[in-house]
Design a protein around this ligand. Structure first.
Ligand SMILES: Cc1cc2nc3c(=O)[nH]c(=O)nc-3n(C[C@H](O)[C@H](O)[C@H](O)COP(=O)(O)OP(=O)(O)OC[C@H]3O[C@@H](n4cnc5c(N)ncnc54)[C@H](O)[C@@H]3O)c2cc1C
Length: 651
């Protein structure tokens, strides 16, 4: 599958294959998204030298680069009626324990601090123009706008498209050395061995192909999470998955090779908002997240009722934003998870067949005109206008083509909020998926290595990425202060250079797109919804086969194709991590969306624990951790963060 476009195109940048440079810093941050920028800021504020390596352009890169419409878990904001403990424990309970108690407590404890910092950097977090004066969801004193649970007020509506440029400016102001358009490709280890201290990373420039060695006393991984494992659209690669194309889990693959320990990688859920069959995210009317809590009507204009967690039909729109009787608070908005311990069951929750049986007619529509004025403008003006991926494709384009929320309904065919039906084997790492296992310093199992944001297991959201990024930054900075200059083993560097440049000496072989397709087919067929030892082992064998027989035939005619080819090699590694994790859990689990036909019993008490996997001497080592391994949230947080607690927050 040769990309004809590049056959005709002359590469516009000077190509510097094999040219090498070396950079040294106290702390190296890999990935300049939300978490990476915050990590770099925390290190720079301690007066240390920090280098930020970003595959795209830091000013707008990553899942949070184009925006976000809400900031979750701001438990410490002055209007909140829940504590950080209450909120974290609810999130843990909502997932039956399969959650990252440490990182989400950090999110609840420090997320609001980061939001206030963002405002000082020039981002917009309050309704300073009084656009929503008098709205039920506005606090008149602070001018904060809240989403979802209007009684407990811990999720804020925000102008997220202002965040990344503000963070970028702040990084520059603090002297963070930024290497944009540079893909981190491998981690460097002491004495070139697996399972030991990390002393930096290697990278390659996506425009020139130049090779860079980054030497650091501490390294922070902020490269988000794997994608394109089960889903990839060669014709429309940019919308293969919900998250951006280039955020496909390089960090996981790099970490795996040097011995980082992972957990929950066996969890995957059915696809959402991805590929050419789906509409663009938030581009159809629905009731979830950004569109919470829009009224829906059927083809005859008949309104779909809202029900609470107990099955009672709600009588007013205002009730949709309040906890059910006897419920202290509810998490988020819309039927995102199957486990509604704290959620309303909105009209998108029942299968559409059930609605049809009850006399409703396809298609359905979001009825914005019938919503109260402030709610309508909050959904269409603010949330759809600020959400990642929807500002230009949806808000701007629909408006320009004449969509008027005061008059027009927006169609939703009736396949729930995700706007397309996916097969059980078309899966994603989504909804708090697995990742790297962290301790209370956000340190990983290897000396000198930290992680933040979506790189961590059971992670999600901008507030979480900001809080954990800043937190990992200050802990990595403290660690680096007691370390001496590392010594690189240049044999390791040479091996990585050989691996990278072996792809550029060919103009024929396997293109990155067909290689990605191959992986997704194997994963769909052998690691779909229903798994078994037999299927998983065949899948692993096929992945190993393409690793040894086809990966060496990947080709790159220019630095762009080099980056894409290195990415698909990493996708293959990530697929293997997933299969090893699936083989290691010999039991089914509802909350992990994990079903094994050879171990059909669901949620056996003896399997209610984290299963871990890592490489040790190139062999897969399986381990486990108690489901509450993080211990007491408040106590542990306070032991590990005395300086932060005493010093308060200051920019
Ligand atoms: C459409 C959409 C809407 C969302 N809306 C919200 C919302 O309203 N509220 C909310 O809280 N959350 C939202 N999220 C989730 C949120 O954006 C993410 O959880 C958050 O951005 C994670 O931050 P991160 O820094 O871990 O990852 P990212 O922000 O994705 O950053 C990762 C960075 O790493 C870089 N990178 C990757 N590989 C490499 C490599 N090899 N070398 C160098 N750099 C690399 C990437 O280019 C990227 O810049 C949304 C996500 C999407 C996709």
């Amino acid at each position: 599958m040769r990309d004809q476009f590049f056959d005709k195109l002359e590469w516009p940048y000077p190509v510097k294959w094999h040219v090498e440079k070396e950079i040294s810093a106290d702390v190296i941050v890999l990935g300049g998204g939300i978490a990476g920028c915050w990590a770099a800021i925390a290190v720079a504020k301690k007066g240390l030298k920090v280098v930020l390596v970003e595959k795209g352009a830091t000013i707008r890169s990553g899942a949070g680069g184009s925006g976000c419409d809400h900031w979750e878990s701001a438990a410490t904001n002055p209007c909140s009626h829940v504590t950080s403990e209450e909120l974290t424990l609810a999130m843990i309970e909502d997932h039956n324990g399969y959650n990252n108690g440490i990182s989400h407590y950090i999110e609840c404890r420090e997320g609001y601090d980061r939001l206030v910092d963002l405002e000082k950097m020039g981002a917009k977090i309050r309704d300073i123009d009084d656009e929503f004066k008098g709205a039920e969801f506005r606090d008149e004193k602070t001018k904060f706008l809240f989403a979802y649970d209007y009684e407990n007020k811990f999720t804020l509506r925000v102008w997220g498209s202002t965040f990344k440029p503000a963070l970028f400016k702040e990084c520059k102001r603090l002297g963070v050395e930024i290497y944009d358009r540079t893909m981190a490709t491998s981690l460097l280890t002491e004495e070139c061995r697996q399972g030991v201290k990390i002393i930096g990373a290697t990278g390659v420039n996506g425009r020139t192909g130049e090779f860079i060695i980054f030497k650091g006393k501490a390294t922070i991984l902020c490269m988000a999470r794997p994608a394109r494992i089960w889903l990839f659209s060669p014709g429309l690669p940019g919308i293969s998955e919900f998250r951006p194309l280039q955020c496909m889990g390089d960090g996981h693959a790099m970490g795996w090779k040097v011995g980082v320990e992972f957990t929950m990688m066996e969890k995957s859920i059915r696809g959402q908002w991805s590929g050419e069959r789906s509409y663009p995210p938030y581009g159809t009317g629905n009731t979830h997240n950004t569109w919470y809590a829009c009224s829906m009507v059927d083809a005859n204009g008949k309104e779909v009722p809202w029900i609470d967690r107990d099955g009672n039909i709600l009588k007013s729109i205002s009730q949709r934003y309040r906890p059910a009787p006897g419920q202290k608070f509810f998490l988020k908005g819309g039927g995102e998870s199957d486990f509604h311990l704290y959620q309303y069951q909105g009209p998108d929750t029942p299968p559409v067949e059930k609605l049809l049986e009850n006399g409703f007619r396809l298609p359905f529509y979001a009825d914005l005109p019938s919503m109260p004025k402030h709610e309508r403008r909050a959904i269409w003006g603010l949330m759809v206008g600020q959400e990642g991926k929807s500002k230009i494709p949806i808000f701007q384009n629909y408006t320009e083509t004449g969509f008027d929320p005061e008059k027009d309904l927006l169609q939703s065919y009736g396949e729930g909020w995700t706007s397309a039906s996916f097969l059980p084997r078309e899966r994603q790492l989504f909804g708090l998926p697995g990742g790297m296992l962290n301790d209370w310093d956000l340190k990983l199992n290897l000396e000198g290595l930290y992680a933040a944001g979506d790189q961590l297991f059971a992670s999600d959201c901008v507030g979480h990425a900001a809080a954990t990024g800043y937190y990992a930054g200050r802990h990595a900075a403290d660690y680096s202060m007691s370390e001496s200059e590392p010594t690189i083993d240049y044999l390791q560097v040479k091996a990585e250079k050989t691996r990278i440049y072996s792809l550029v000496n060919r103009s024929d072989g396997f293109g990155w797109k067909e290689f990605n397709m191959l992986i997704t087919r194997i994963m769909q067929n052998y690691c779909g919804e229903v798994k078994s030892e037999e299927l998983l082992k065949v899948g692993l064998r096929l992945l190993e086969d393409i690793e040894y027989n086809k990966a060496p035939k990947l080709y790159a005619r220019n630095p762009h194709e080099l980056i894409r080819s290195l990415e698909v090699s990493n996708i293959l590694t990530n697929a293997k991590i997933i299969i090893h994790s699936c083989l290691a859990r010999k039991a089914s689990s509802k909350h992990l969306h994990f079903f094994r036909s050879d171990y059909p019993e669901v949620d056996l008490p003896e399997w209610h624990k984290f299963i871990t996997v890592k490489l040790e001497n190139n062999e897969v080592k399986v381990g486990e951790k108690p489901i509450d391994y993080f211990g007491s949230l408040r106590e542990n947080y306070e032991i590990h963060n005395k300086e932060y607690i005493e010093g308060g927050v200051e920019l």
